[in-house]
Design a protein around this ligand. Structure first.
Ligand code: VG1
Ligand code: CO
Length: 558
């Protein structure tokens, strides 16, 4: 190895957010920007563990990933890493990386993705470090990496390491360093086959008497590679079910975020009744959107229903250890936890908070309202897993109707009407001022006991409790503060305000609404109408969001 020491100076702002460092490609391409961050990761890893270690590297295939991968090879080699497993063509979904780290007992992984953010030369780039459990590094590590980036002076790089062929599945050897190009799907598929009963799903999927119509949209992200192998080759769906399944550096000009706004093609088909089940994944494959025939499956309901139907899934045959959701996710899941008498946890937004609970064997299934669902089969949320869960649940119940299963669930448990409003790319200053305006009312506790009369339902909403959410990890006792402003009403309804931690420009305000309903004749209402009073209280009375941000409407509604 020809190791060279490159002198460098810190760059500002290399602080990882909710899920790694996300920046504009133009910023990342600037001099040693990326090299600094990668070297900083190695600076916080213990030298003795690094020596001869195995790392997994791959990403969602976005613009600049290929150059970043070569840079990581060189810096890893110079820092004592023994072997890198890299996905074919540099492609690995985030859940697949988590599976590979665990299956091959790697030290960790470097994941190249900005997830659901747009890509291409003008889009976003992202990088994240995962640990040996296959999950995102906790805040203690990401803070240490950030600290390194503020003082870094040198990058160690093995300049003679270069792998021009990332297509052929083979090993490339240097003295004390190997790069092995691995199949992107195999390890992950093996794991999924141990979680689910593939033959029963295939039987259901290909049963001519069922005529089950399925559609999968990879949004030109990494799951195109997985979609073909899993849904078509393994589960028997025709290839015509798979759309946008060729990974593209700029996601074909799209926004690889599986929601009602950014997946319009799929939403239109489902609203036309063209399919019984339609699904989409984000750029890196950890998110899922699942729709039924003219029916939207809210992600908060999805995780609650997967938990309630755990007996359909072979992996959970010995029961559930516990359930968890992120704070802004609707409360539907805890009703299931109470019913099943299993421990329940509420953690801050971001998957990194679930890992400790899983490692301590107290958590089986968890989810976020942001189209993230998963279990302890890995340590990341898993879009394809969620889709296969639903296929398994449909097969188990011998029905092609998601709606039927969800409605049965609501009539048993009640329904949490739920919506999230996103105001993307607003100026940072007014967004922060609005948050300050709300937090002032929370800090003074002046909201407690305050009554609001609903403009739609004429119901009196009285504030029972409000706080700035703080989480104490029950396992390592670490504390994470300022995780979202919560206003909880006496009937259990909730309003939450947060600033996004995954964007690269300006600020994104997220407002979440959750209202529980048990009356049997009130379970099938229009969500926006049912929540209208609560939404009005949040936007007009408490936050004055319009005045502060100048935004009349959110640009994404879930
Ligand atoms: C968003 C979601 C959060 C999710 C995170 C990473 O974070 O709200 O639930 O864990 O994205 O998902 P924020 O801070 O922007 O609200 V992914 O698929 O971008 O890794
Ligand atoms: Co993602």
């Amino acid at each position: 190895l020809e190791i060279k020491i490159i002198e460098t100076k810190p760059f500002d702002g290399q602080k990882p957010g909710t899920s790694g460092l996300r920046k504009k490609v133009t910023e990342v391409m600037n001099g040693n920007y990326l090299g600094n961050f990668v070297q900083s990761i190695f600076n916080v890893l213990p030298k003795d563990k690094l020596k001869g270690s195995t790392l997994v590297v791959g990403g969602d295939g976005r613009y600049y990933n290929k150059q970043a991968i070569q840079l990581i090879f060189q810096i890893a080699a110079a820092n004592g890493v023994g072997k890198i497993l890299v996905g074919q063509n540099g492609l690995l979904s985030t859940p697949a990386i988590s599976a590979i780290v665990r299956a091959r007992q790697a030290l960790g992984a470097i994941i190249l993705t900005a997830s659901h953010n747009p890509g291409g030369p003008k889009g976003d780039f992202g990088i994240k470090y995962n640990q040996s459990n296959g999950g995102p590094a906790p805040e203690s590590i990401t803070n240490a990496i950030y600290k390194e980036t503020t003082t870094i002076t040198q990058i160690h790089s093995a300049e003679n390491v270069n792998v021009s062929d990332l297509y052929t599945l083979q090993s490339h050897e240097w003295e004390g360093f190997t790069v092995e190009v691995i199949d992107s799907v195999s390890d992950y598929l093996t794991l999924l086959k141990s979680v689910f009963d593939f033959p029963s799903i295939k039987k259901f999927a290909t049963d001519p008497t069922k005529n089950f119509r399925f559609n999968f949209d990879a949004m030109s992200g990494v799951t195109g590679v997985y979609g073909k192998r899993i849904f078509s080759d393994e589960l028997g769906f025709p290839e015509s079910c798979l759309i946008n399944c060729i990974p593209s550096e700029d996601f074909n000009g799209g926004h690889p975020d599986p929601n009602l706004t950014y997946a319009p093609e799929l939403v239109r088909k489902m609203n036309n009744g063209e399919f019984d089940m339609g699904c989409a994944s984000d750029g890196d494959g950890d998110r899922n959107m699942i729709l039924g025939n003219r029916f939207f499956l809210n992600p908060s309901d999805s995780v609650a229903l997967i938990a309630a139907n755990y007996q359909a899934i072979p992996y959970f045959r010995n029961g559930l250890k516990g359930l968890a959701r992120s704070m802004p996710t609707s409360a539907a899941l805890e009703r299931v936890a109470t019913d099943l008498k299993v421990p329940f946890f509420e953690v801050p937004t971001g998957w990194k908070f679930f890992g400790n609970l899983m490692d301590a064997d107290t958590l089986s299934i968890c989810g976020e309202e942001s189209f993230g669902t998963g279990s302890d089969h890995i340590r990341e949320k898993d879009g394809i897993w969620a889709i296969v869960c639903w296929l398994q649940i449909l097969a188990f119940n011998n029905t092609t109707s998601l709606e039927e299963i969800v409605k049965k669930h609501w009539s048993k448990y009640g329904r949490n009407y739920y919506s999230r409003y996103d105001y993307e790319e607003i100026d940072t200053k007014p967004a922060e001022e609005m948050m300050k305006h709300v937090s002032a009312q929370i800090n003074s506790q002046e909201l407690v006991g305050k009554k609001f009369v609903g403009i739609q339902d004429n119901v009196t909403y009285e504030v029972a409790k409000c706080d700035d959410f703080e989480y104490k990890d029950p396992i390592d006792k670490s504390i994470s503060s300022h995780q979202g402003l919560r206003i909880i009403f006496t009937d259990g309804s909730r309003i939450i305000f947060r600033l996004s931690g995954t964007g690269s420009t300006g600020a994104t305000v997220r407002v979440y609404f959750d209202k529980y309903e048990t009356k049997q004749d009130q379970l099938n209402n229009n969500v926006q109408i049912h929540l209208k009073s609560l939404i009005h209280i949040a936007l007009e009375e408490i936050s004055k969001l319009k005045q502060y941000t100048g935004r009349d409407e959110p640009n994404v509604i879930t």
